[in-house]
Design a protein around this ligand. Structure first.
Ligand code: HEM
Length: 361
């Protein structure tokens, strides 16, 4: 297969990108301040609700040249900490169907990292969501969507029409934003067990000499058995957490980490992350296994450490895995703003683990 080589010029800065990024971050921060005032506790501006945090290992096998890149260049085994979440920046009842997040932090990764203040850290993060694409795939679309969301409380006809148009984009899009539209809940009321889902970076990253989207899919029989399983969310507002905690009391889990390499910059664009990369053009190729043993996934110590001290960020990365495209570039300021506010308001240190033993049992 003819894999597209990474060069810096595959990224193209959008017109007014800096202004649009500042506007997005400003609006997100305003929402975050509101959420703080409601909960009297700093929470993430996205993926606020944790369902459990687990430790495990990433096993990297010997890979062919095109996959043996960056972190995956050599076979090895690294400890990981993984936080599972729901996408909204609010704590919602689990009966509202929303996309879920899997944030993986690989620990013990040598080499200088991208962010100047994180250069000497030993972590490489991969943030993934249960959708293959982000429906507003560049900063211009993202800002438009944010403006529309701000209208959702609006009583003006124009605001309501704009909101209805967005709603037609589908239940999952709304879920990502933390909005529950009762007219759509009935149509798409699926609420799948979060451990049976496949998680995607949605946007592209550099993959050493190449470019890829990364995903993690259920591999071991116990999590494969959960694929498509609808959870009964009436039992508890935290049904997803209860299901996850119960699962890891009884079983371990394995997920296959895969890379889908870009083979065509036109059909698999970098600057528009709303375009799904066709698996006929480039298949998902295994690059490693996430192996998670049986454990206590939501002890008080682990919950607080994961929610209030840890931070996951796609820019906690080796230059060989640089996030690509404007939807990734906005995340530099967006994550810093959310993280800094949350840690400051909760008076917590920003912990970047150097060893897996720092993650409480
Ligand atoms: C493009 C694909 C994206 C993926 C796969 C993704 C995934 C995630 C995940 C899994 C988390 C939870 C991390 C944790 O457990 O701590 C998260 C948090 C967050 N995301 Fe994203 N996200 C994406 C795009 C964006 C964009 C475009 C923005 C903003 C414009 C954004 C803003 C945030 C913020 C502010 C947080 C919370 C940061 C913190 O306080 O620690 N994300 N994201």
């Amino acid at each position: 297969m003819n894999y597209v080589k990474y060069t810096p010029n595959i990224e193209v800065k959008q017109p007014n990108e800096d202004e649009q990024i500042d506007k997005i971050v400003e609006m997100m921060h305003a929402a975050n301040v509101k959420a703080f005032d409601k909960h009297r506790h700093g929470i993430r501006d996205a993926h606020a609700k944790q369902h459990g945090t687990v430790v495990g290992t990433l096993e990297i096998p010997e890979l062919p040249e095109h996959l043996a890149q960056g972190l995956f260049a050599k076979p090895g085994s690294y400890p990981v900490v993984i936080r599972f979440s729901s996408a909204p920046g609010e704590l919602k009842d689990d009966s509202v169907p929303v996309p879920h997040g899997m944030a993986v932090k690989v620990i013990g990764v040598p080499g200088k990292k991208i962010l100047p203040d994180k250069q000497d850290e030993v972590t490489q993060d991969f943030l993934m969501v249960t959708m293959p694409v982000i429906p507003f795939g560049d900063v211009e679309q993202y800002l438009k969507m944010q403006n529309v969301v701000a209208l959702q409380d609006s009583t003006s006809e124009e605001g309501q029409r704009a909101f209805a148009a967005l709603a037609r984009g589908g239940q999952k899009v709304l879920g990502l934003l933390g909005i529950s539209d009762p007219t759509l809940d009935g149509i798409a009321a699926e609420n799948e067990h979060l451990l049976g889902q496949t998680y995607h970076t949605m946007a592209a990253i550099r993959y050493g000499d190449y470019i890829a989207k990364i995903s993690a899919a259920p591999l071991s029989p116990e999590v494969k058995a959960l694929e498509g399983q609808i959870l009964d969310t009436k039992k508890s507002p935290s049904a997803q957490r209860d299901a996850l905690v119960d699962f890891f009391h009884k079983h371990g889990a394995e997920y296959q980490l895969r890379a889908q390499l870009c083979t065509d910059l036109e059909k698999m664009p970098i600057e528009d992350a709303s375009v799904e990369w066709d698996e006929k053009l480039s298949p998902q190729q295994p690059i490693g296994r996430l192996i998670i043993p049986q454990q206590e996934a939501y002890s008080p110590a682990r919950r607080v450490f994961s929610d209030d001290k840890l931070e996951f960020n796609p820019w906690h990365a080796l230059p060989e895995h640089q996030p690509l495209g404007s939807i990734m570039r906005v995340r530099i300021k967006a994550y810093e703003s959310s993280t800094a506010f949350r840690h400051a308001m909760n008076v917590q240190p920003r912990v970047e683990p150097r060893d897996i033993s720092e993650i409480p049992q």
